[in-house]
Design a protein around this ligand. Structure first.
Ligand SMILES: Cc1cc2nc3c(=O)[nH]c(=O)nc-3n(C[C@H](O)[C@H](O)[C@H](O)COP(=O)(O)OP(=O)(O)OC[C@H]3O[C@@H](n4cnc5c(N)ncnc54)[C@H](O)[C@@H]3O)c2cc1C
Length: 419
């Protein structure tokens, strides 16, 4: 985060988060990466104990009532531990967003409070084996009978499949209903959720990412979140933290700093490699991009905090943050590895772990192709709904109106046969 945006209170809060981040044992990071830890219970419990989970949510449920800009700052610091840790803290924010905005008082007491306290953990189960990008094509169904919904289907890649106490699950309650087909449910593991496979991952290990199977799992009707067939409303709100929090790029800043310090010491051809333009221009490009991402993420977080613009406009900006931040994260870590040369590819530095983790960010929480789909869709909607604002730059050419009418052609003219 750029210093200019931070208040003294935010600087204090950052120090508090930094203290927590510093306290996390290095061995936990290593053990998670080595798949020795299935789920870092102690990490989430400690985060909860320090009141560092669900920081935006109301104080009455244990939150701090902070803003989106604070959460970007927060996640940027957590991210220095690695993407899996930032992911776990984000899940509280994502599932918590659904519970906080759409939950009944009883649901907030039962699920949101312990989630923020770190005494219970949640997973969000959106993606299915048949695909994640086409969210509304979900095939997991919920059939109502008596006071229960019976859930049948599968979800894939759920973080916390191993570790979570309950899941936020989307299932079809209105087949063929398009965007009104889905409802969201709070499903406790003990209601009958089966974990069928825990994935071997390239990176981001230790968060219990697995495949869930639901076979007629009875979910009491009081565990319907929001209204029946209105799952899309919850989904759109949850996508704000899901994607905006990518803007906390503290991890790649830390990796870039490792590369810059290395270049300042490492010698080749009788001088420090920092002197080579091929190295120092990479550093310049990386820090420029990271600062641009941080400023942009802050601006978008403030846009949401201040309620500026339509939901579509906010959706576009949030998707832009996700795409730009994750692409930049990858590029920076990749360049850092190049600067370290061969040693960067080994476990002598944490750069190789960061590279493996960075790759995922362009895929999950909606791939960057899906971000492009949203961005262009919302942008077209915006510009085509209004006249050009301010100066009409398209008119600043030397041609007359008649010439323009002849030259600005947008489609083939119909072929006419000569009389
Ligand atoms: C480690 C890990 C953790 C995850 N955690 C969770 C979690 O906790 N909860 C959860 O619900 N999900 C989670 N996911 C799932 C993740 O969000 C999905 O993998 C992602 O949304 C993509 O879905 P998919 O893998 O099914 O790919 P697909 O949807 O099959 O897409 C395959 C490719 O096609 C492209 N594509 C698809 N449609 C279009 C289109 N219209 N235009 C252009 N390109 C398109 C995609 O961009 C992608 O490149 C996780 C995934 C991983 C790997």
């Amino acid at each position: 985060m750029l210093e200019v945006f931070l208040t003294e209170e935010q600087k204090r809060f950052r120090r508090e988060v930094q203290d927590f981040v510093k306290s996390v044992p290095r061995q936990l990071i290593l053990d998670m990466d080595a798949d020795k830890v299935k789920f870092p219970y102690e990490f989430v419990r400690e985060a909860g104990r320090r009141n560092l989970l669900g920081i935006r949510f109301p104080k009455k449920y244990g939150g701090r009532e902070l803003k989106w800009v604070d959460e970007i700052l927060y996640i940027g610091e957590i991210n220095k531990l690695g993407v899996p840790f930032a992911c776990l803290c984000s899940v509280t924010s994502i599932v918590g967003e659904g519970l906080n905005l759409f939950g009944t008082e009883a649901q907030k007491e039962k699920y949101l409070k312990p989630l923020i306290a770190g005494t219970q953990w949640a997973g969000e189960a959106l993606t299915e084996p048949r695909g994640g990008s086409d969210f509304f094509g979900a095939t997991t169904v919920a059939r109502k009978k008596g006071g229960y919904y019976y859930l049948t289907g599968q979800k894939r890649f759920t973080v916390g499949a191993e570790g979570a106490d309950f899941f936020l699950v989307y299932a079809v309650t209105n087949p063929g209903g398009g965007r009104d087909a889905l409802s969201a449910f709070i499903v406790e593991r003990d209601m009958g959720v089966e974990v069928r496979h825990v994935y071997g991952l390239m990176g981001c290990r230790g968060t219990g990412t697995g495949r869930l199977v639901f076979r007629d799992v009875p979910v009491p009707e009081e565990n319907l979140l929001g209204k029946e067939n209105e799952g899309s409303k919850i989904f759109y709100k949850m996508m704000v933290p899901e994607r905006l929090l990518s803007g906390g790029v503290g991890g790649s800043r830390a990796i870039l700093e490792i590369a810059a310090r290395y270049a300042n010491k490492r010698k080749a051809f009788g001088q420090t490699i920092r002197n080579f333009e091929g190295v120092n221009f990479k550093i310049a490009d990386c820090i420029t991009k990271l600062d641009a991402v941080s400023a942009f993420a802050y601006a978008v977080a403030k846009t949401i905090d201040d309620g500026v613009g339509t939901p579509g406009y906010q959706r576009r900006l949030v998707s832009e943050v996700k795409k730009l931040a994750t692409q930049t994260y990858w590029e920076v870590v990749n360049d850092a590895m190049q600067i370290l040369g061969g040693i960067g590819y080994t476990n002598v530095y944490p750069v190789e772990r960061a590279l493996r983790e960075a790759r995922l960010a362009m895929i999950w929480t909606g791939t960057n192709e899906i971000m492009n789909l949203i961005i262009q869709h919302e942008y077209y909607k915006e510009i085509l709904a209004k006249e050009v604002e301010g100066r009409d730059v398209e008119a600043d050419v030397a041609l007359t109106q008649e010439q323009l009418a002849e030259e600005r052609i947008y489609e083939a003219e119909p072929i006419t046969t000569a009389p």
